[in-house]
Write a protein that binds this ligand. Structure first.
Ligand code: AMP
Length: 215
């Protein structure tokens, strides 16, 4: 089963994707993670996208579709793909449909995670992650333990994303509403959309997602 997690930055897509990877043997395809990797390893593509990402704007459809194409063409056995942060434009959505069809695959569900803007600003500006396992922390609601060790893996290094600041977030939210939110209607029309309250407790969000996937 192949699914999309759709929602603004800070909606909890990454956290829920990690849970699905552990519990359903699915594979998370996060274009944001792929682009950050390219940037950190200093590839030519990384240099091209660095400035765009720092501002919070979208990189070109061509680049992200290319990244996803590579992953889909490398056939491996697993419980399905979770597209996290992709597609973000109608052109990317069309391309994903074509790429899946070319592999004889289908898109089975699109989960829209709804969260209001105020909560997003709080979540994003207070966010850090374990550098080793990606466990997500929040300065106010889930601080890094006093002993400085990750609750999940015991790692002692934590990082904050360069674009997790109020200025970039404004651009990222604008990009979401202008370019990505039309996908809600696009997938609703295809009968694939399930809506989840991203402000509910972690367990409730997990349960709502499971209800959409198992319907
Ligand atoms: P994310 O980790 O999903 O929040 O993505 C971080 C940044 O990477 C975004 O603000 C964009 O600059 C870029 N990015 C990630 N995915 C895409 C995409 N599908 N299309 C365009 N830009 C993307």
């Amino acid at each position: 089963m192949n699914i999309i997690l759709l929602g603004p930055p800070g909606a909890g897509k990454g956290t829920q994707a990690r849970y699905l990877v552990e519990n359903r043997d699915m594979v998370q395809l996060s274009t944001g993670d792929m682009l950050r990797e390219a940037k950190d390893s200093g590839t030519e593509m990384g240099d091209i996208v660095a400035d765009v990402m720092a501002r919070g704007a979208l990189v070109t459809d061509e680049i992200v579709i290319g990244l996803i194409r590579e992953k889909l063409e490398a056939k491996t056995e697993h419980g399905g793909f979770i597209f996290d942060g992709f597609p973000r434009t109608l052109a990317q959505a069309d391309a994903l449909g074509d790429l899946l069809a070319a592999q004889g695959e289908t898109l089975d569900a699109v989960i829209e995670m709804r969260v209001d803007d105020e909560a997003l600003v709080e979540r994003i500006t207070a966010r850090s992650t374990c550098a080793n396992c990606g466990e997500v922390y929040n300065d106010n609601t889930k601080p890094i333990p006093a002993d400085g060790k990750c609750v999940n893996c015991g790692g002692t290094e934590f990082k904050r994303r360069a674009d997790d600041n109020e200025e970039s977030l404004k651009t990222r939210l604008m990009a979401y509403y202008k370019q990505t939110s039309p996908l809600v209607g696009y997938y609703h029309a295809k009968g694939l959309l399930g809506v989840v309250d991203g402000l509910a407790s972690m367990d409730e969000v997990r349960a709502s997602i499971a209800a959409v996937l198992d319907r």
